[in-house]
Ligand binder design. Structure first.
Ligand code: BTN
Length: 252
């Protein structure tokens, strides 16, 4: 089924394929707590029956058509206060694949929805295990829509819908894992700030005037970037705000 990538040093070298499971993140979380599970292990399935999304949402993907997988990391070099950099690495991985390989106009909708032409093509769910002030384990769950033609929401898309071509899922997984390793190794080498700058440059709605909503109140503002804690920085005419994930909604 899925082949182990030849070009990586550790990401995907231990590739666990299961035809069906509830959630690759749940399986990967269990594995990440077992002694002997190597860093870079990947759990991949063709059918998630209870895929999980951000903020307690579900992630629905048509069986056999899409990529649904999770990467296990042990980023013990990263202080817990820098954990947003894992969102940065994962978002840039998808952005680079979709823009550099497929030529698509990709934006990252903070914190980590991957958008093509205002539609969501991929989602990321990161689940961290902390040990004191450090990160002990991290599970990076990625759902990338590949060959699905119909979606229940008009706001979703796939590689097929965006390019009019169908794709080999195995090849896309291999390319993603290679890109992920390249960027994660940059993070390990201390390039976090540069990666964060790249992420900010790719943000959906960056430097544009839009309507947001917080505490049920709509307001006009401009996204200026994200801070070290990963909060979204939005300025209005009178004030600068820093929002956590559940505190702000994009309106139009
Ligand atoms: C979101 O946009 O809300 C995040 C979606 C993340 C979905 C992926 S699919 C593979 C992995 N396993 C899960 O249960 N969720 C993530």
């Amino acid at each position: 089924m899925y082949k182990i990538p030849a070009k990586t040093l550790f990401v995907g070298k231990n590739l666990v394929f299961t035809p069906e499971c509830h959630s690759t993140n749940s399986l990967a979380l269990e594995l990440s707590h077992k002694a002997g599970t190597p860093e870079g292990s990947v759990v991949v399935t063709d059918h998630q029956t209870a895929g999980r999304g951000q903020m307690g949402n579900t992630w629905n993907a048509e069986p056999n058509k899409n990529l649904t997988f999770s990467i296990i990391l042990y980023p013990s070099f990263l202080p817990a206060s820098d954990q947003f950099l894992l969102n940065v690495v994962s978002s840039l991985t998808l952005k680079n694949l979709l823009s550099n390989v497929h030529g698509l106009p990709v934006k990252i909708k903070w914190p980590n929805d991957i958008m093509v032409d205002d539609k969501k093509i991929a989602g990321i769910l990161i689940e961290n295990t902390l040990a004191g002030n450090l990160l002990k384990a991290s599970v990076i769950g990625i759902g990338l829509n590949i060959n699905q033609k119909e979606f229940p929401f008009p706001t979703a898309t796939s590689l097929l819908k965006s390019t009019d071509r169908s794709f080999d899922k195995d090849e896309q997984l291999r390319l993603l894992l290679e890109e992920f390793e390249t960027i994660y190794v940059m993070l390990r080498a201390g390039k976090g700030e540069k990666l964060r700058d790249d992420y900010i440059r790719s943000l959906y709605w960056i430097n544009e005037n839009h309507t947001f909503q917080s505490n049920s109140t709509p307001f006009e503002g401009v996204i200026d970037g994200v801070d070290d804690a990963g909060r979204l920085l939005v300025s209005t005419q009178s004030k600068k705000y820093a929002f956590n994930t559940k505190e702000v909604r994009y309106i139009h």
